[in-house]
Structure formats: C-alpha cells, structure tokens
Design a protein around this ligand. Structure first.
Ligand SMILES: [Zn+2]
Length: 456
C-alpha cells in the first residue's frame, strides 16, 4: 500500500496532544512528523480539528461466540467495537460454549472468529474448578491471561472457584507470568443479604443493590490480596464498583504487590438514583451504587489507583432482561456498551476536568498493557500498528438504537445526551468504520503479542 499521511491538529501521543501527521505504510505507523515534513509522495487525509486517538483496547468483552452467538457474536460485537473506536477486544472465557478453559475450546473460538471479526481480538483463558492442568498449555497457545469467578457467574458452562480451588490453580498461574482477572465478589455476603430480602419488592432497584452489598467485594478483595502476597501472581480486579475497597488496594500497591484495577463506564456515569422502577437494563454485577461512590471512583482514576476502564460489554437477548415484569432478581445482569463507551467516558471526563490523554491512558494504554500487547497496540508511536480513531470532540448526539450496532439494540444509555462522535476507526491502516458505515470485508484477526511485550 502507498504511503499515507493522516493529519490532525490534535494527535494524542504518549508525550501529549499536538498537531502531527501519522505516516502510515502498509499496516504500521512509519513515523510521526509535522505537516511540513510529510513527503510529497504521500496520500493526504487531513482531519483538521478532529482529534486522532490510538485505537481503543477493551480488555473486558463478552462476545459469547461460539455457542451463544444469538446473544452477540464476532460479527456484531466487532461491528459495535469499530463504531465505538475500539480496534482490539479481549474476549472473556465465559458465556461462549464451550467456555475457553481448554486448548480445544480456544481452537473452536478461533474457528468461530475466522472471517467474521472487524477488529483484532484476543481471548482470555478461564480458570475453573477443574482445569489447573490446562493453564500452562493455554498460556503457551497464546492467551494473554486468565479469568475466574469467586461467585456463581449467573450462567451454566463456567464454574466459580472456591479459595481452595483457586489455591490449586495459582502456582500454575504464577509460573505463566500472566495476569489473573478476578470477578471479586464472595457469595457469603450476597446470600445472607438476599435471604433477608425474600419478601422485598424486586422491581425496586434498591432491593437489588442491597442484595449485593459492598462487603461482598471487600471480602473478596481482601482474600485476593492475601493470596497475591502468598503466590505472587499478577492480580487484576475487574469491574470494581465498591469504592470502599480502594484504600486497601492502594496500600497493597504501595507495598509492591502486582495488583491492577479496572472499573466500567456504567459505574462512572450512572448512580442508583438513575434507575427507575423495573429498569432492569441497569442491572449488572457488582451493582451501580450511589453518587458519592461514583465520585470516589473518579477520584481513584485521578489518583491512578484504578488503572483502566473496560466496558464489560455483556449483551443478552432482550427477553432475558425481562423488561415487561421488571424483576431485578431474575433479569440477566449485564450492560452492552462497546459502541458508546468512548462518548460516555468523554462526556463524563471533560465535565470533571480530565483530558483526551487521560481517556487514552484508561481505555487504550492501560488495557493494552494488561493484555501484554502494549509494544504494538494502544499508543500512537513509530512502529506500532496503525490503529486509530478520528474523534469529533465538539459533536453532540442523543443516543438512538441505530448507533448501537450490536446484535440486540437495548441499552440503559438510550436517549442519553452525549458529547464526542467517532467519525472513523482505522485498523492496521484501513478504515473499518467511517461515517456510520463499515467499509470492506472483516479484516480483524487474533492478535499475537510480540515477545518483547509478552515478557513485560
Ligand atoms: Zn464480565
């Protein structure tokens, strides 16, 4: 492919936001230069005042394929990703069938993705009750890390682990040097709270919120930190909701424990007051908590205690949300947001004085580092994959179904007014989303981490 130059007055680089031209040759960024330095032979694409961000990386996505593609699937999830500015997704090992807990299952996932992915992808491996012997083979086969649940995941096909089962797996996890992502809620506090609520009104969001107390997260995180001290594996807490766990996480990091933390756009946008009676579209686990909690999560992003923001894109067929009965007990918990996470985060972040560089740190660099692909993805740097997003920071819109692009267009964000419009997304130098359309055949592929990043 010819040399092309992509110009903007605001290119978000690791050194800051500045006017620059990305010189792209084939699939890579050949160089970052001033507009005067663009070679005359280059084909020019000038985006003017629209910002150019690195392609976003989402380290927490449930693609549900193979096996539950009627919930989502590689074709629809990656279409939503491209529309949302994401160029690399890391798929969770559950909700698909088989769960990604063996090499054979990983091969089935590879077969399911072939020719159907519009962005690049990777698959986390699962740690379940009985697969400790599969952990090292999965690492050798290319998974960037592992995921486990300390509480029932709400779905068949993937088992939770008890502390004892986790202990059996941790030596193997530690030997791989890869991160273990943990859904950190313990069942004890949830079960005892739920028991007391058997006669409560489950169409009321507060009932659901009370059934998943902060104590469930806190006690899980305490246990994990102590296991991390003992086994020295890389611990990653997914979708932190309870801000009360932050001081202990902060202290553990100060002691040098290898712990990272993520939260999600829905915990940073919504509060319990935003959820009308029966509005099960807001159900997720752990739950969305109060306003004060939300602001503490933002403070933790400011302080660097929370490393990254991932979507936890977790769609289901709309009937599973049980919208007609509005029952928070029986409705599926999960919020799909790949296509809107960037505008949601941008809207909330600028209102609190954050910048595009912060968004890139949370939604590109941080997740790329977690998945071990930060030597090739997540930054605009010479030699990196030419993955980038053209983002109109001044554009505003009210979210409608036609902008969602995933399989089932339901969302708690519908009708929300958002700022920041994704104009185009480029994957390895080629447009995969432009002005509302998806040009060309799917060119996404499984990302192979280069050896330098895998060992970092
Ligand atoms: Zn999840």
């Amino acid at each position: 492919m010819n040399l092309r130059a992509f110009l903007s007055r605001r290119v978000v680089t690791p050194e800051g936001v500045r006017p620059a031209a990305l010189l792209v040759e084939d699939e890579r960024i050949r160089d970052l230069v001033t507009s005067q330095q663009v070679p005359p032979s280059a084909e020019i694409h000038d985006f003017g005042n629209f910002a150019i961000l690195p392609g976003l990386v989402d380290s927490h996505v449930h693609i549900n394929d193979p096996g539950r593609a009627e919930w989502e699937g590689f074709d629809t999830a990656t279409r939503a990703a491209a529309a949302g500015g994401f160029t690399l997704l890391v798929d969770m090992p559950l909700n698909c069938l088989p769960a990604t807990t063996t090499i054979a299952a990983l091969e089935q996932k590879r077969a399911a993705a072939r020719g159907r992915s519009r962005v690049d992808w990777l698959a986390w491996g699962g740690v379940v009750a009985d697969n400790s012997l599969d952990i090292e083979p999965l690492a050798a086969a290319g998974v960037p890390g592992f995921k486990c649940f300390l509480v029932h995941p709400g779905i068949d096909g993937f088992t939770m682990v008890t502390e004892q089962q986790l202990r059996a797996a941790l030596p193997a996890v530690a030997r791989t040097g890869l991160p273990l992502l943990v859904h950190a809620e313990l069942p004890g506090p949830i079960d005892s709270a739920t028991e007391k609520l058997s006669r409560a009104d489950w169409s009321n969001y507060q009932t659901y919120l009370q059934s998943r107390p902060e104590e469930a997260e806190l006690s899980a995180i305490r246990m994990l930190l102590s296991l991390c001290r003992e086994y020295r594996f890389r611990l990653h807490i997914v979708h932190l909701s309870a801000a009360s766990a932050l001081p202990e996480l902060c202290a553990a990091r100060a002691q040098g424990l290898p712990v990272t933390v993520e939260t999600c756009p829905h915990y940073l946008r919504f509060t319990d007051e935003d959820t009308p009676k029966g509005a099960t579209l807001f159900k997720c686990a752990p739950p969305i908590r109060n306003r004060e909690n939300r602001e503490k999560l933002w403070q933790a992003l400011r302080d660097g205690i929370i490393d990254l923001v991932a979507t936890d894109h977790s769609p289901c067929p709309p009937e599973m949300k049980r919208l007609d009965e509005g029952n928070f007990r029986t409705a599926w918990g999960g919020i799909a947001s790949l296509s809107v996470a960037l505008p949601v985060m941008y809207t909330e972040a600028i209102s609190r004085g954050f910048s595009l560089s912060d968004i890139v740190r949370w939604m590109a660099e941080g997740p790329a580092k977690l998945a071990g692909c930060h030597a090739q993805k997540g930054s605009i740097l010479r030699g990196y994959d030419a993955d980038f997003v053209v983002f109109d920071t001044e554009g505003e819109f009210t979210l409608t179904k036609d902008r969602l692009h995933y399989r089932h267009p339901v969302s708690p964000y519908l009708d929300e007014k958002l700022q920041g419009v994704v104009k185009a997304t480029y994957l390895r130098g080629r447009p995969v989303f432009a002005d509302g359309a998806f040009p060309g055949d799917p060119i996404g592929r499984e990302h192979r981490c280069s050896p330098s990043s895998a060992s970092a």
